[in-house]
Write a protein of this length. Structure first.
Length: 87
């Protein structure tokens, strides 16, 4: 994951907003189409959530590793400066 660039802007998910009266006016076939469309949208959302959660976990691990590396280098530098200064 090190050296990766930021991801491209994600494609916006289009959610068709239906008012209660619009829902009441749908026939069975139209309601079934909306349910099918929403099921596909939910699947896309679940896939993105899974991927984002995995990437977040990987990023947290990398942050911890980098913090540890930074602390190690700082401690080494302090010890080297102490040697140089005769301390």
């Amino acid at each position: 994951m090190r050296g990766e660039t930021f991801p491209k802007k994600l494609k916006q998910i289009k959610i068709k907003q239906l008012k209660p009266e619009e829902i009441r006016d749908l026939d069975v076939a139209a309601a079934q189409r909306v349910i099918a469309e929403n099921s596909l949208i939910l699947n896309e959302i679940n896939n993105r959530l899974f991927t984002a959660t995995r990437k977040l976990g990987e990023a947290r691990i990398e942050v911890d590793q980098l913090k540890n590396d930074k602390s190690t280098i700082i401690e080494i530098m302090r010890a080297l400066k102490s040697v140089i200064s005769g301390g």
